[in-house]
Design a protein around this ligand. Structure first.
Ligand SMILES: *[C@@H]1O[C@H](CO)[C@@H](O)[C@H](O)[C@H]1NC(C)=O
Ligand SMILES: *[C@@H]1O[C@H](CO)[C@@H](O)[C@H](O)[C@H]1NC(C)=O
Length: 480
């Protein structure tokens, strides 16, 4: 089927590292040459133009992989949902939505009684929509019902319940790209009753006790200030690809939906709770999935269920569970290097807060001491470039408008189990324009706030979730 054929990613070659190997011989001293050579070895030398978002979609048709869905960035050129340019969020808006999401995650992962959900206003940036799930997210298109209707859903490893807006939209449905799902036109939809044990599973998946409307189980899930979905809890046939169909998939049929996902039809929950897609398909896919998030919004990636043979070069770090926050995927950062220099950060800095990996958070959040060490070294290695204003939460920005090429320090993350992950250039810099190119990291305001390895840093990596095996893998991706 042509519709399910494109899963391989194409990465713009301009993003490949263009390492300068040759140095001018002549007047420079041997020692200076050696230093320079070492500096370049730990740096990306790239054209400025390659740092800026592309405007052309470069998705290619690849081989059909089993149960593999095409991943698209919502606001990139490959997105049908981004045609509405007037309503597209600015980078600052994306970043302030991102902060709302982080606040909401951090209030859910409370490591001690110091924090509660009402107390987290200190780091709040103005967020007009109040959407805590942010907008810098990736979506996939799945089929729901019989006959199946295509729906574009944000996929989210930070939550569990899958939901979509549903007719008759008893209270409210926001505007979405595809026609709203209508269960009355599907031969396979049925409501879950209030007395069903399935209904009570909603408590842990949503954090809210289920409700009841006549005999139908009601779910409600909120993601922050004004963002929520409320509706009937139902089951339905879910078509991932033409050959991969999940019968009786439990999901939310949203009758009152607000705040978040402008354009998309809802959310695909890939957390670890019982009701997540990962858990509901555990018989079929063994709680194993992987994805590659495309870089620079220019190309498409994949989200693949099941283990069809791990691609070579994938290194695994233990996946940890926090009994207080069982939905999240915890991993351990052990060290960070910038420009080949290992930052001096004591191990306790990372272990105090813990770190989750999240597909929905845009910018990686580090404990304050770790971010400050990173920033100091990065600024030092970038001292030849003029700094400029901060961009929302990003405080280390450069005006590179006078340069055609720049040399950017490489950044590597080390995870428990000797896993060394070299970030793609797009995971190092976040560019609003050539005159405002920023270090794509932010520090938490509190040392006990959980760290988050966000989606900008995951770009072009193959990220493998072997949930049953208790490990998470990173591979040099390029999403192919
Ligand atoms: C599901 O339950 C709602 C509320 O009780 C009802 O309006 C709707 O018709 C039901 N749908 C089906 C297919 O039974
Ligand atoms: C760019 O170059 C011009 C001309 O040399 C100079 O006046 C300006 O300050 C430079 N801008 C930056 C941001 O370096």
């Amino acid at each position: 089927m042509a519709s399910s054929a494109t899963f391989t990613l194409f990465i713009s070659t301009s993003l490949l590292l263009l390492l300068l190997c040759s140095l001018k011989k002549g007047d420079a001293l041997e020692g200076r040459q050696a230093t320079e050579s070492r500096r370049l070895q730990h740096a990306h030398t790239v054209k400025i133009s390659s740092l800026l978002p592309a405007s052309v979609c470069t998705s290619t048709k690849g081989n059909i992989k089993k149960a593999s869905l095409k991943v698209v960035h919502r606001h990139g050129p490959c997105s049908q949902l981004s045609k509405d340019k007037a309503n597209a969020p600015t980078l600052s808006e994306i970043l302030s939505h991102d902060q709302s999401r982080v606040n909401s995650i951090q209030s859910r992962i409370a490591f001690n009684s110091r924090k509660n959900s009402l107390e987290d206003s200190q780091a709040t940036l103005p967020s007009k929509s109040g959407s805590s799930l942010g907008s810098g997210n990736y979506f996939v298109t799945v089929g729901l019902g019989s006959p199946k209707k295509d729906l574009s859903l944000i996929f989210d490893t930070g939550s569990d319940l899958t939901w979509t807006q549903c007719e008759p939209c008893v209270r409210y449905c926001y505007k979405q790209q595809e026609p709203t799902f209508d269960p009355s036109k599907s031969a396979t939809y049925s409501n879950i009753t209030c007395t069903s044990p399935l209904c009570s599973q909603l408590s842990s998946a949503t954090g809210n006790s289920p409700g009841c409307s006549s005999t139908t189980c009601l779910y409600g899930i909120q993601y922050g200030d004004q963002s929520f979905s409320v509706g009937y809890f139902g089951k339905e046939k879910l078509t991932l690809t033409s050959t991969d169909v999940v019968n009786d998939f439990l999901f939310g049929c949203g009758q009152n939906n607000q705040g978040l996902f402008r354009g998309t039809a809802g959310l695909l929950g890939l957390g670890r709770d019982k009701l997540s897609l990962v858990s509901q398909t555990s018989q079929k896919y063994g709680k194993y999935f992987s994805y590659c998030l495309p870089s620079m919004s220019s190309s498409t990636g994949h989200l693949t269920f099941g283990n069809s043979g791990t691609s070579s070069g994938v290194k695994f770090t233990p996946l940890l569970t926090d009994s207080q926050s069982p939905s999240f995927y915890f991993i351990d950062i052990t060290a960070i290097s910038v420009g080949g220099r290992s930052l001096s950060i004591s191990k306790s800095v990372f272990s105090t807060a813990g770190t989750i990996i999240d597909s929905g958070t845009v910018i990686t959040r580090l404990p304050p001491a770790a971010y400050s060490a990173m920033r100091t070294t990065f600024r030092q290695l970038m001292k030849n470039y003029p700094m400029t204003d901060a961009l929302s939460i990003l405080d280390t920005c450069y005006d590179l408008s006078n340069y055609t090429t720049v040399t950017i320090p490489k950044i590597n993350f080390f995870f428990n189990g000797n896993v060394n992950v070299a970030l793609d250039l797009t995971g190092i810099l976040y560019a609003a324009s050539a005159s405002q190119v920023c270090l794509a990291f932010a520090g938490n305001s509190d040392a006990t706030d959980v760290g988050i390895f966000g989606n900008v840093q995951q770009q072009t990596l193959e990220v493998v979730y072997d949930v049953a095996g208790g490990k998470l893998g990173f591979g040099p991706g390029k999403c192919s």
